[in-house]
Design a protein around this ligand. Structure first.
Ligand SMILES: NC(=O)c1ccc[n+]([C@@H]2O[C@H](COP(=O)([O-])OP(=O)(O)OC[C@H]3O[C@@H](n4cnc5c(N)ncnc54)[C@H](O)[C@@H]3O)[C@@H](O)[C@H]2O)c1
Length: 334
């Protein structure tokens, strides 16, 4: 493997633009090429980072000598992008959710395995020190057998409206919490019951709030509350909470303001200090940690910190939640 991991980014929207910037600034990576179906966006990033640019990801994969690709397209393209890139021999960093269904996720894994390439799902919370501290305490046995878990994530309505009802709150924000809940549980989820409320997002056929209860084989139970209905001018960009109670202890993550608030003429802002904050002219935070981990673990053939099977389990839980919303009944997770 060359000294610098040669990477291409597919999809240059909210998250792909950050991937591109972090890779362009990373000392051990080279942003070789980018793709976006918008020719204007593709050119803008190509010019900004002096790299090649494409509007067709297959052309990029065919023409460029890459070691890896970051797949940052909307969920419905992950499978097509991943299978093609894997067949070209490129390692894969795929934005969450890995796919919309377990069946799609398994096809991606199979393509990666048959091509002999490695795959990491970009589950950001595994690079968030707050969630990782609790994960480590659980996995070291300091919390004991899990009794219950509670995960909550409340966002302004901006993202749901921006995505126009094309993506469920589960796949956009909830998969973070469900993946981490399954990781904390260290046990197979067996059943999900889910309720949905849609008032302000009813016009785009999308939920405002979701509440799910998930049973685990170990006897533990987990609750997930997701909402993206707060007014647009809400100061709370990231408002999340996690609680895990075990027979020997408990762990808590509580994120509202992150220790800094800004009051300006128009707005009060609780600034993001951890996910992808920019200060002193640089991007820092969890996303940078995640990408740097991917670069270094790929170059050195070390294990990735994100468990792909756990990420697939999260997708399965979400599928059961959708079924439960339809039927109004608890749904077994097989
Ligand atoms: N880790 C996180 O915290 C996080 C945050 C946001 C989004 N995401 C994930 O990243 C993915 C993208 O989300 P987003 O919010 O950045 O979306 P977005 O709509 O902001 O951007 C998607 C980009 O992909 C481009 N695109 C669409 N189809 C394409 C194709 N076939 N080939 C090439 N380019 C294509 C679009 O033109 C757009 O620029 C989703 O899977 C989402 O769940 C993760």
């Amino acid at each position: 493997m060359p000294e610098k991991l040669r990477v291409g980014v597919i999809g240059l929207g909210l998250i792909g633009s950050l991937h591109a910037r972090i890779l362009a600034e990373a000392p051990h990576a080279q942003l070789v090429a980018v793709t976006d179906i918008s020719s204007k966006t593709a050119k803008e990033f190509g010019d900004r980072y002096s790299c090649n640019y494409y509007t067709d990801f297959k052309k990029m994969c065919d023409e460029e000598a890459l070691d890896a690709v970051c797949i940052c397209t909307p969920d419905e393209f992950h499978m097509e992008n991943a299978i093609h890139a894997a067949q070209k021999g490129f390692h894969l960093l795929i934005e969450k959710p890995l796919a919309r269904t377990e069946a799609e996720a398994r096809m991606i894994v199979q393509a990666a395995d048959s091509a002999g390439v490695r795959l990491m799902v970009a589950q950001l919370l595994h690079f968030d020190p707050r969630y990782v501290k609790v994960k480590e305490a659980i996995h070291e046995g300091r919390i004991g057998d899990i009794i219950h878990m509670f995960f909550k994530r409340t966002n302004p309505r901006t993202n749901g409206r921006r995505l126009g009802g094309k993506v469920s709150i589960f796949h956009f924000i909830g998969v973070h919490d469900i993946d981490m809940m399954c990781c904390y549980a260290q046990s197979k989820p067996t059943r999900a019951y889910c309720r949905r409320v849609s008032k302000i997002n009813a016009d785009i056929g999308c939920e405002d709030t979701i509440m799910a209860i998930v049973d685990f084989e170990s006897g533990a139970v987990g609750t997930v509350e997701l909402c993206w209905a707060l007014p647009e001018n809400s100061a709370l960009g990231i408002n999340t909470y996690a609680e895990v109670v075990g027979v020997d202890g408990a762990g808590y993550v509580n994120i509202m303001d992150q220790g800094v608030s800004l009051i300006t003429k128009d707005q009060v802002i609780y600034a993001d200090i951890l996910n992808w904050p920019e200060y002193n002219g640089r991007i820092l935070g969890d996303l940078k940690e995640e990408l740097h981990h991917f670069i270094s673990a790929t170059q050195n053939n070390q294990p990735y910190l994100v468990d792909t099977e756990n990420a697939i389990t999260a997708v399965k839980v979400i599928e059961a939640c959708f079924q439960s919303i339809e039927t109004g009944l608890p749904v077994a997770i097989l």
